[in-house]
Design a protein around this ligand. Structure first.
Ligand code: GLU
Length: 440
């Protein structure tokens, strides 16, 4: 039975980078008819906030990424303590007392000598007396997992065959000096006990994966299938890390991005398949294949979300947006023609407000100097509102007869006089919605 999880730390709002992880895990589970767990990685009591847990749930619900159950690491601390005991009993866990400053010094020395900055395992050589003395002097140490210095290998779902020399990695700290259990072991215990079969996460976790595979084995578990997606960059390939804060899902929602536009983009970006706008989750699940993703950094341009949102909206029937249209104050009788006329001319539903303002109040006319007399003459020929579907045709024919203008020279000045813009909906369809014409 396929089981995946999305495991955010509730220390901030989730952004497009996190979404990639959530979505891939979600799609794998749904495609296989399996289970998708939302796991809240809240082992850090200082940085974890309930407000962020709520926000993460709201973001996922907005996108329709429904989870089958929620787990919280803060409620499973006894399980992690038991695993730590098991590692201790197996001789794979040791206490180390170096201060961060000492560790930093060691690293610098190693780098100066051209060596990789790997923890030198000095703590392993301590005698019982030395350890007791250090503990008396410095208090509790940190607990490190003793890696087996062999090659760690796995077939990565995205990166292919990976082989990492364990000797090139520091023995990971699993318990901090203050007793706080770290994610590295908590995650392994959860993945094993919850039967997680597939883990997709960012490629910044590759080294974690190597150490976690050994921890899983030391605890008698079986490693899940791992896949590491590439990190997102900006459109020019620049690092996105600093800007991710402004790419929070809640901000995109507020800016009017539609869930299916965002999901369609993220389900394909970085894969060898083109981005295709999907109309629902079933299509998204159907068209997803983790094997199509590559290891190269993935360029993300938030600007792509808006045309996709526009295209998604164009395909919607009135019933899907009727509430929003009613909220604008559009009379029921005009809702259908209003939607038909505007949906081709919006990127987000926020844009409807501008079109309704224009219909209700009239636009400030834009009239070029050379068109002044022409527009004045045309306006004198325009019948009074309300207009209907035939108004534009009949009016422009009359204006053409009176002025001799035709084509673009006829239509464009009239469009700009009535809408204040050079582009927009079909004028014949727009006229019946115009309640006021300011150009008179
Ligand atoms: N809480 C971890 C993170 O957000 C989870 C990583 C994982 O998928 O194991 O980076």
């Amino acid at each position: 039975m396929t089981t995946t999880r999305f495991a955010p730390s509730p220390t901030g709002y989730i952004h497009v980078g996190n979404l990639r992880t959530a979505l891939m895990n979600y799609l794998i589970a749904r495609k296989a008819g399996g289970t998708f767990i939302l796991r809240i990685d809240d082992t850090d009591p200082e940085r974890s906030k309930e407000e962020y847990v709520d926000a993460i749930k709201r973001d996922l619900e907005w996108l329709g990424l429904h989870w089958d159950r929620v787990e919280r690491q803060s409620e499973r601390l006894d399980r992690y303590a038991a695993a730590a005991d098991a590692l201790r009993d197996a001789g794979r866990f040791y206490e180390a007392f170096e201060t961060p400053v000492e560790l930093d010094l060691k690293r610098k020395k190693q780098l100066n000598m051209g060596k990789p900055p790997v923890y030198d395992r000095a703590a392993l050589a301590l005698s019982d007396d030395e350890r007791a003395a250090l503990r008396a002097e410095r208090g509790q140490g940190v607990w490190r997992f003793k890696l087996d210095h062999a090659r760690i290998e796995w077939a990565d779902g995205i990166l292919g065959d990976i082989s990492i020399d364990a000797a090139s990695v520091s023995d990971p700290v699993l318990i901090r000096q203050d007793g706080q259990v770290l994610y590295t072991i908590a995650s392994v215990v959860d993945d094993t006990e919850m039967g997680v079969t597939d883990v997709v996460r960012g490629s910044d976790h590759v080294t974690n994966t190597a150490t976690q595979i050994q921890i899983i084995e030391a605890l008698g578990g079986t490693a899940p299938r791992f896949a590491h997606h590439s990190l997102l960059t900006g459109p020019q390939g620049e690092a996105l890390s600093k800007r991710l804060g402004t790419l929070a899902l809640r901000d995109l929602r507020e800016r009017g991005v539609e869930p299916m536009a965002l999901l369609s983009l993220m389900a394909r970006l970085g894969s060898s398949d083109p981005v295709e706008l999907r109309s629902d989750m079933a299509e998204l699940i159907d068209g997803f294949d983790i094997g199509r993703f590559g290891s190269a950094p993935t360029k993300f341009d938030e600007a792509d979300l808006f045309p996709l949102t526009g295209r998604y909206l164009q395909g919607l029937p009135l019933s899907a947006v009727a509430d929003q249209i009613a909220e604008l104050g559009v009379p029921d009788a005009l809702a259908e023609p209003f939607w038909t006329v505007t949906r081709e001319n919006i990127e987000t539903l926020h844009d409807l407000q501008g079109w309704w303002d224009l219909c209700r109040d009239g636009a400030d006319p834009v009239i070029e100097d050379e068109d002044r007399d022409f527009v004045a003459e045309a306006m004198a020929l325009l019948p009074d509102a309300p207009f209907d579907g035939g108004t534009w045709g009949a009016w422009t024919a009359a204006v053409k007869d009176a002025t001799g203008r035709k084509g673009r020279g006829l239509f464009m000045p009239l469009r700009k006089a009535l809408t204040g813009q050079a582009h927009g909906p079909d004028m014949a369809a727009l006229m019946p919605l115009l309640q006021v014409v300011k150009a008179r």
